[in-house]
Design a protein around this ligand. Structure first.
Ligand code: 5GP
Ligand code: ZN
Length: 145
């Protein structure tokens, strides 16, 4: 059995309902494992979402196969947008967990077309970190703390 077989739609999940055709969605592309559609609150023109057909709640939950399929679908979509609406670049973004801005708990990649003069801003202010803190955190993540 593959990693995604056995995953059932979540009856309360709006993205599962879009996949099932129970809620409207401006579908852009589909394959055996993924569906891509327009975001209803676009950050920029063309803002789209790529989701796995099988319900998984977030980056930590999704199967390797579905994550790979979503990533490849996001790149296909970006290439398609490059040929059609021709933005200057893209952000591909995932929010994992409510603390990280996730609001819909069916894994999704945002594909956000970007233009040189668009109004989007980095959500953090880049400034040098404390090298000791960076190393200490790295040690903890590596299990060396
Ligand atoms: P998150 O905040 O979880 O990373 O992103 C969820 C995204 O889903 C948001 O950008 C939001 O605009 C979009 N969204 C929420 N509800 C719907 C819906 O019913 N249809 C579509 N197409 N997008 C939705
Ligand atoms: Zn779902």
């Amino acid at each position: 059995m593959s990693e995604t077989e056995g995953a059932h739609p979540d009856p309360d999940c709006i993205f599962c309902k879009i996949i099932a055709g129970e809620l409207p969605g401006e579908i852009l592309a589909e394959d055996d494992h993924t569906v891509s559609f327009m975001d209803i609150n676009p950050a920029n023109p063309g803002h789209a979402l790529v989701i796995p057909r099988a319900h998984s709640k977030d980056l930590l939950d999704i199967s390797d196969a579905d994550l790979a399929a979503c990533t490849l679908a996001a790149r296909r979509l970006a290439r398609r947008m490059g040929e059609t609406i021709a933005p200057d670049g893209f952000n591909v973004l995932n929010c994992c967990g409510a603390a990280a801005w996730q609001t819909v708990f069916h894994f999704h990649l945002h594909v956000v077309p970007r233009n040189q003069d668009d109004p989007l801003e980095l959500p953090w202010i880049p400034r040098p970190g404390d090298p000791g803190e960076i190393k200490a955190t790295a040690d903890t993540i590596r299990g060396e703390g």
